[in-house]
Design a protein around this ligand. Structure first.
Ligand SMILES: NC(=O)c1ccc[n+]([C@@H]2O[C@H](COP(=O)([O-])OP(=O)(O)OC[C@H]3O[C@@H](n4cnc5c(N)ncnc54)[C@H](OP(=O)(O)O)[C@@H]3O)[C@@H](O)[C@H]2O)c1
Length: 258
């Protein structure tokens, strides 16, 4: 097993990509601290992992609240005695922050930056000292191709994901000597529940949405949460021991054509 004996905190584990990451990591032997706001979905993920023979606990945290984020990180050492891997996956994107700059309410800007960027900063701030004390650790931040290029009408979101790129590189630079690695996965269009409001608002049907996204993608299909989970698995594991400050784009080739 590729993560045998490691303890991983996974934010956004109650849905979509984060849920797949928690499940795949548990299958590879990691003990999982799964987080999100929904107790119901969080407990369901934990139950699924335990039924499959894995170890997991749910810790509720609102990423907009720095105290919750600190408590989440501290929970890993309290529950499992250590912290080896931190995955910052939880993210906020909705019709409310799907706006160009002039139309973006200041509170939507603040919420987007708080959940998508500040929470990752706070999580890393509290995770790095125990990781240093135990000889190292791996941080995997889930950004987006929207952190590399921009999407129209998504000012706060692309700013938050671009910021996450730089935060990750900064950590890689500052803590590499302590054997802390920090890397990014940049997903393209992935089929998750988070996109449902966009499908309802802008497409006649789910099939049309899938067809439209697939036709813009060289590999001819949308991504699955597991596609991202396997990239995160590589970055979390010792197989990527010499990789830091890097970004793995997992988008079916969507951005290579510009
Ligand atoms: N799907 C895509 O096409 C795509 C593409 C590029 C990047 N991404 C990124 O991938 C990550 C996961 O997205 P997804 O597509 O899997 O979406 P999703 O299915 O909607 O899942 C989002 C996750 O984030 C958590 N979350 C949101 N706001 C939170 C808050 N304030 N506090 C705590 N947790 C919060 C949710 O948990 P609760 O609901 O339980 O709070 C949920 O677990 C995000 O960072 C997103 O930006 C997705």
């Amino acid at each position: 097993m590729r993560l045998a004996g490691k303890v991983a905190v996974v934010t956004g584990a109650t849905s979509g990509i984060g849920r797949a990451i928690a499940t795949v990591f548990a299958r590879e032997g990691a003990m999982i601290v799964a987080s999100g706001r929904s107790m119901e979905r969080g407990n369901a993920v934990v139950e699924e992992i335990r039924k499959a023979g894995g170890a997991a606990s749910f810790v509720r945290a609102d990423l907009a609240n720095p105290e919750d984020v600190q408590a989440l990180i501290e929970a890993a050492s309290r529950i499992y005695g250590k912290l080896n891997i931190l995955v910052n996956d939880g993210g906020y994107f909705s019709l409310s922050n799907y706006q160009p700059v002039v139309d973006t309410p200041v509170d939507e800007w603040d919420k987007t930056l708080a959940v998508n960027l500040r929470a990752a900063f706070v999580a890393c701030k509290h995770a790095i000292p125990p990781m240093i004390a135990q000889g190292g650790g791996s941080i995997v931040n889930v950004s987006s191709i929207g952190g590399l290029i921009a999407f129209p009408r998504f000012a706060a979101y692309v700013a938050s994901k671009g910021g996450l790129q730089q935060l990750t590189k900064s950590i890689a630079l500052d803590y590499g000597r302590h054997n802390i690695r920090a890397n990014l996965v940049c997903p393209g269009a992935i089929e998750t529940p988070g996109n449902d409001p966009f499908i309802e608002a802008f497409y006649a049907s789910r099939e049309e949405y899938v067809r439209a996204n697939s036709s813009m993608t060289p590999l001819g299909r949308m991504g699955r949460p597991e596609d991202i989970a396997y990239a995160a698995l590589y970055l979390a594991s010792d197989e990527s021991a010499y990789v830091t400050g890097a970004c793995i784009v997992v988008d079916g080739g969507r951005i290579i054509g510009g």
